[in-house]
Design a protein around this ligand. Structure first.
Ligand SMILES: [Zn+2]
Length: 386
C-alpha cells in the first residue's frame, strides 16, 4: 500500500516552486519596446517572463561541443570559394560597392579576386524572379576571407557592403523592378541556424511586400512613438516607452561608439540575445554609411564572442547564430532599423502560440558578466577597430 509521506522537508523546499512564488521572486513580465504596441487598451507584442529562480532547474538534455572541437572545412572545398575562384557558375550582382550584374544575366564562371565581398543570386532561391506569387530576388553574400563564424570582423564587413550594394541596385534603382520595395537581411550561422553552407555568408531578399505579424508589431510600435524610440534608445539611458515601461539601460549598455550602441535588451526574445541600435536614424541597411556598417560589423563580432564568453556550463556551447536586421516593411516608409543577434535555440511552444518567451537570465546581470569579458575580446581583434 502506498502511503504519501508527510515530509516537512519537502514542504519547506517547495516554497517558490509549482508556481507558488513569494512576492519578490515571482515572474515579471517585460514587453520588447520595439516590437509591442497598444490596441483597445491592451498591449500586444513580444513579451518575456523574467524568472531568475528558474535558472537552477535540472537539465537532462544537453549536448555540449567544446569550442576547439568545432571542425573547420578546408577552404578549398567550400562551394562559395569555388565560385570565388571561378571554378563554378554564379550570377553576380555586386562586388564590394560595385554593381557587377543583374538577376536576369546568364550564369557564368568569373574570377572574383578583385573583390573582397561578393553578392550573388541564390541558386536555390526560395523566391521566383518571374512570378508574382512568392516573387522576389534572393541573394547570398560572402567574403574572400574564409571563416565559418563571426570570429573575424572584416568578412562581416565585406558581406554587408556587398549586400548593401546589391539591394540598393535592386530596390532603389526602380528601372530594374518597380515592385521590389522590401529589403530583408539576415545571417544564418552554423548548422543549428539552418545554414546549409559552412562558410560564413549573409542572405538578403528583395520582395514586394512584408505581411508578417512581426513586421506588423515593429511598424505599430514605431507609429505609436512621437519621437523615434530607437533614436531615444540609441542615445538615452533612462526613459519611459509608449507602453509605459520604465526602461533604465544604464547597466545594459555593453559597448558603444559614435555610430552604434550594443546592449542587452530589456525583453530579450532569446536568452543571451543582444541588440545593436544604430545611432543615426536609418530606415534600412541601404541608408547606412560605410563607417556605420563598419561599426555594425565590429559590434556583431563583439556580440558573437560575448555570447560565447557567458555560455553556461549546463548549456550547449552557443556558437551558432541567427542575425536579423529589423527593417521597414518598405524603403518608402520612415522607420529606424536595428539588429538582433540571437543564439540558435529552437522556438519554444509558447513563442509559437503567443510570442511569449521565458528567461531566467536577468538582462542587467547578463550585461555585467559580458562587460567583464569585453576587454579581452576587444584586444584580440584590436587592429581592426581604429
Ligand atoms: Zn530613429
Amino acid at each position: 500500500m502506498n502511503v504519501m509521506k508527510d515530509d516537512t522537508n519537502i514542504q519547506s523546499n517547495s516554497i517558490n516552486y509549482w508556481g507558488n512564488y513569494e512576492e519578490e521572486k515571482r515572474p515579471k513580465v517585460r514587453y520588447d519596446p520595439l516590437q509591442s504596441f497598444i490596441e483597445n487598451n491592451k498591449i500586444f507584442g513580444f513579451r518575456i517572463h523574467l524568472i531568475p529562480l528558474r535558472g537552477n532547474r535540472p537539465r537532462e538534455n544537453v549536448i555540449r561541443v567544446k569550442k576547439d572541437q568545432l571542425n573547420y572545412t578546408d577552404k578549398e572545398t567550400s562551394i562559395l570559394m569555388q565560385i570565388y575562384l571561378g571554378n563554378d557558375f554564379a550570377i553576380p550582382i555586386a562586388g564590394d560597392d560595385k554593381c557587377i550584374g543583374k538577376p536576369t544575366d546568364n550564369p557564368r564562371k568569373l574570377n572574383f579576386e578583385n573583390y573582397k565581398g561578393i553578392c550573388i543570386l541564390n541558386k536555390y532561391s526560395p523566391l521566383s524572379i518571374n512570378h508574382t506569387e512568392a516573387g522576389g530576388i534572393s541573394l547570398v553574400a560572402f567574403s574572400h576571407k574564409y571563416t565559418e563564424n563571426l570570429d573575424d570582423v572584416s568578412p562581416i564587413y565585406d558581406i554587408l557592403i556587398s549586400i548593401q550594394t546589391a539591394l540598393r541596385s535592386l530596390i532603389i534603382d526602380k528601372s530594374n523592378r518597380k515592385d521590389l520595395v522590401v529589403p530583408v537581411v539576415f545571417f544564418n550561422v552554423g548548422p543549428s541556424s539552418g545554414a546549409s553552407l559552412k562558410q560564413l555568408h549573409g542572405q538578403a531578399y528583395a520582395v514586394n511586400s512584408a505581411n508578417g505579424l512581426l513586421t506588423y508589431a515593429f511598424m505599430k510600435s514605431f507609429a505609436q512613438n512621437n519621437d523615434c524610440l530607437t533614436c531615444r534608445l540609441s542615445r538615452e539611458n533612462r526613459l519611459i516607452d509608449h507602453i509605459e515601461q520604465e526602461l533604465d539601460q544604464t547597466d545594459r549598455i555593453i559597448w558603444e561608439d559614435q555610430y552604434v550602441r550594443l546592449l542587452s535588451p530589456y525583453a530579450p526574445i532569446r536568452p543571451f540575445s543582444l541588440r545593436i541600435l544604430p545611432k543615426n536614424h536609418r530606415n534600412w541597411l541601404g541608408e547606412s554609411t560605410k563607417e556605420e556598417i563598419h561599426s555594425i560589423s565590429y559590434a556583431l563580432y563583439l556580440a558573437h564572442n560575448l555570447i560565447i564568453s557567458v555560455s553556461p556550463s549546463g548549456w550547449p556551447l552557443l556558437t551558432d547564430r541567427t542575425i536579423v536586421f529589423r527593417q521597414s516593411s518598405s524603403i518608402d516608409y520612415d522607420y529606424h532599423y536595428f539588429v538582433d543577434i540571437l543564439p540558435c535555440l529552437p522556438l519554444g511552444g509558447s513563442e509559437l502560440i503567443d510570442s511569449l518567451s521565458i528567461t531566467s537570465i536577468d538582462p542587467d546581470r547578463l550585461a555585467a558578466s559580458m562587460k567583464r569579458n569585453l576587454d579581452e575580446i576587444i584586444n584580440f581583434n584590436k587592429n581592426f577597430y581604429e
